[in-house]
Design a protein around this ligand. Sequence first.
Ligand code: GAL
Length: 654
Amino acid sequence: MKNISKALIVCIFLFSALTLTAQITDTVWISSLDLSLATTGWGEKGINRSCMGNPIRLNGKEYKRGFGTHAPSLLYIKLDGYVQRFHATVGVDDEEKNSTGSVTFSIYGDGELLCKTSTLVSGGVSEEINTNIVGIDTLLLAVDGTADGINYDHADWANAYILVKKGRPFSISRPMEPAYILTPRAPATPRINGPKIYGTRPGHDFIYRIPATGNKPMKFSVKGLPKGLTVNKTTGIITGKTAESGRFETIITVKNDVGETSRKFTIVAGKQIALTPPLGWNSWNCFACAIDQEKVMAAADAMEKSGLADYGWSYINIDDCWMIQSESDDPVVGGAPRDENSNMRTNKKFPDIKALTDYIHSKGLKAGIYSGPGPRTCAGYTACYQHEDADALQFAKWGFDYLKYDWCDYERIAKDHSLPELKKPYIVMRDALEKCGRDIVYSLCQYGMGDVWRWGAEVGGNCWRTTGDITDNWNSVEAIGFGQAGLEYYSGPGHWNDPDMLVVGKVGWGPDLHPTNLSPNEQYTHISLWALLNSPLLIGCDMTQLDDFTFSLLTNSEVLDINQDPLGMQAARISKEEGLEIWARNLEDGSKAVGLFNRGMRQEQIVLKRSILDIPGDYIVRDVWKQEDIGSLGDSYAAVVPAHGVKLLRIYKQ
Ligand code: GAL
C-alpha cells in the first residue's frame, strides 16, 4: 500500500511537472498551422518550404521549419491569451539571392504594430524576431513589398514558432467587416448621370449614349446639338458627325412615367477628346488571356443590362491576347500574324471583330483594343512594330474608340530608357492615330517610366499608366493609390494620370475568378481615391457576375461626378499624419471634394480643419457615399474612419 501510494505520488508529481513544463514550454511551429488561410502574392504557401517549394534557405543556412511566402502576405493567428513569445528568423530566400527582392516583415497584435524589420533584400542579411505577445488575442504576421514592387519578394518566416503556456493557437481567415452598401437606390424619376462635357473631333464618327436612371421606358431629346448629330428618342444614343468645330451648349431632357429632368451637356468639337476620364471595362483583370469574343459581347450585354451604362460606363476594352501568337502550335491562337496585305489578323477566339464592335456600338457603347510598339505584346502576341500606320488604320476601320498601347516588348528595340527613346514609339503611334480618321482615346501603358506624366500629353496620350500592374490586395492598392501624391499637376481635361484598373468584384486574371481580396472598407477607399485622382475608371471584374455590393460601389452618381468633374483637377494630399491622410480637390461648382483616409490597422478619428481648406463663410459637409448632408463645417469636422477606410465628403457653400 505504502509503495502504491509512493508510486502514485511520484506519478502525480511527474505528471504535474510534465504538464507544467508543457504549459510553459510548448512550442507551436507556425508551419503546423493551417497555412491555406494565409494570403500570399505569388507561388505556394510553403510548409517548411519556400514559396517555390525549395528548402528554406537564408544566408546560406538551411532551416528545417518555417513558412515560405511571397509579398504581400498575411497570416492571422488566434491566440488564447496564454501565449508568450513569437520567434522567427526572417529574410528573402536564397532562391532569389541574385535578384532584386526587397521586403519588410511586420507583426501586429490586435491591430497594433508590435515590431517591424528593416528592409530585407535578396542576398542580404536576415533578421531575428523575438517578440513578447502575452495578452494578445489576434496576431498578424505580414510581409510587405517595398516601393520597387513585389518582384522576387520570396519571403521566409524561418524557424518560426510561438511559445505557448496553455491552449493552442490556430490560424484564421482575415477578419473582415461584412459588405455594407452606402449608395442610395436611384430614384424612379429620371436622373441624368455621366459627364457634363464631351469632346469630339469634327468630321469623325460621334457616338454617345445619354446615361440616365429612373423608370424605363424613357424619352430623350437634346436641344442645341451641332449640325450632323441626332439623338434617338427611345435609346438616348446620339450619333452622326459634326463638320463644325466649336463649343455647343446643349440641353438634354429625359422623361418617364413619373417625371422629367433636364441638364446641360457641353459638346466641344475640336482637337481634344477624353475631356473627362474614360469610364468603362477592360478584360485583363478578370480574364487576361482567357478572353474571347463571346466574353466581350457578354460584357457589353452586362454593362447595359445591369444598368451600369445608365451611370456613364461606356467603354468595352479588349486587352492582350486577341491577335496571333505566331510561335504557338495551338491552332486557336497560332498562325500567320498578318494577312497578304500585311493587316494584323485576329486569332480564332475573335472570329469577327468588326461584328463585335458593331454590336458594342449598337448599344451606344464604345470599343477598345490593345497593342504595343514592340514586335510582340506582353503576352507574346503580334504587336504594331513597323506597321503602326496600317495598324492604326485597321483599328479605326474595325471601329475601335480606345487604344491601350503597352511598351513591354519594345524593351528589346529601345536603345535605353533615355527620354527620346521612351517617347519615340508613342510619337509614332500618335502620328498614326492622328491620320486614322477616328476619335481613338490613346492610353499609354509603360508603367510610369521616365516620369511619363511630365510628357504623356506631349506625345498625344489621353492617359498614361503611372505605375506597374495593380493586384487585388491592400498592399497594391495602397501603394499605388497613395503613391499618386504630387502627380496632380500633370492631370487635366484630355490627359489623365492612370493608376491602373479597378480591382473590385470578381477578378482573377483568367480562367478562374475569385472575389477581390480587398475588404469592403478597402474597396470604398479604392473607388473614392481613384475618383478623387481623376483616374480613368476601368472595371476589372466579370460584369456578368456583379453582386449588389460591387454594383453599389460602381453606381454612386455623386462619387462618379467627382471623377467626371469638368474642371478635371486631380486631388492633392493636403495633410498626412502617420497613416491618416486628407486629400482634396476643387470642383467646377466651387465646392471641394475631400477624402479622409485611414491607412492604419485600427479605427481612428480624423479631424478636417477648415483652415487647411482655405474657405471662408458657411459651408455644408456632405457625405458623398450616403448622398446626405451631415451639417455645417464650423472650424472643423471630425469623422471616425475605419481601418483602411475612408470618409468621402463634398464641402459646399450654403
Ligand atoms: C501589362 C499591362 C497590363 C496588361 C498586360 C497584358 O504590361 O500593364 O495592364 O495589359 O500587360 O499582357
